[in-house]
Ligand binder design. Structure first.
Ligand code: GRF
Length: 218
């Protein structure tokens, strides 16, 4: 029997994004088995949830190790688990090229903005300060740039009058918890693919990322 395709998930925080992926794997919406949940923070609430859910977990505490050694450990853990896919789900570390390169085309991230707008942190506050009428979340392949790898798909959410960063975050997170499973399912089934630094969707190369907003409604 062939080994089922699997997914490793990296997180630093609450883990609501990881949880959406794990639940989608378990109820058959993504044809992947969650293989490993990795964190850089032992106290991350998402890690506790993953343990309770019976998942294999590990922590690489960057404090005291330094980035290079921490990344070597991360790389070893990933090699050992040998997942088919890696999903970054609120992993608040920039990954160096030695870690990223072996997984090019098989590592994805979700970022809470309509990339290329607002890479980096604090996207909700920055979008509100700029008077944006619309915000959202983007799934992209991970390369050596910060939130700059080939964009796969995004979901748009409205900015409402009187929004503060918390309210906008809540609306965006609800949408991205649908978007990430939607994308991971299509990656797992080969409908979306990495292709020489671009994204292949069915028979063609995407000129622009997919706008999944309408697919995800309801
Ligand atoms: C999500 O909004 C995700 O887009 C971003 O980090 C956040 C993680 O939240 N990369 P959680 O820890 O999954 O709740």
């Amino acid at each position: 029997m062939s080994t089922p395709s699997s997914l490793a998930i990296l997180l630093s925080g609450q883990g609501s994004t990881m949880r959406a992926l794990v639940e989608a794997c378990r109820d058959g919406r993504i044809p992947l088995t969650p293989a490993l949940v990795l964190s850089d923070r032992e106290e991350a609430p998402g890690l506790a949830w993953a343990r309770t859910a019976g998942l294999r977990t590990a922590t690489v505490d960057y404090r005291g190790l330094g980035r290079r050694r921490a990344e070597e450990r991360l790389a070893a853990l990933l090699d050992d688990a040998s997942p088919t896919w890696i999903a970054l789900a609120g992993f608040m570390r920039i990954l160096g090229s030695d870690l990223v390169r072996p997984w090019l085309g098989r590592m994805v991230n979700i970022h809470p903005s309509l990339l290329p707008r607002y890479p980096g942190v604090d996207t909700y506050r920055r979008a509100l300060a700029a008077g944006e009428r619309e915000h959202g979340s983007t799934v992209h392949f991970v390369d050596e740039s910060l939130d700059g790898g080939p964009r796969i798909a995004y979901v748009r959410v409205p900015v409402h009058p009187g929004d503060d960063p918390e309210r906008l975050a809540e609306r965006t997170k609800a949408a991205e918890q649908k978007l990430y499973p939607w994308v991971c399912d299509r990656l797992a089934r080969g409908i979306l693919q990495w292709s020489h630094g671009s994204v292949r969707y069915r028979d063609g190369i995407l000129e622009e990322p997919l706008d999944a907003t309408a697919f995800l409604d309801g």
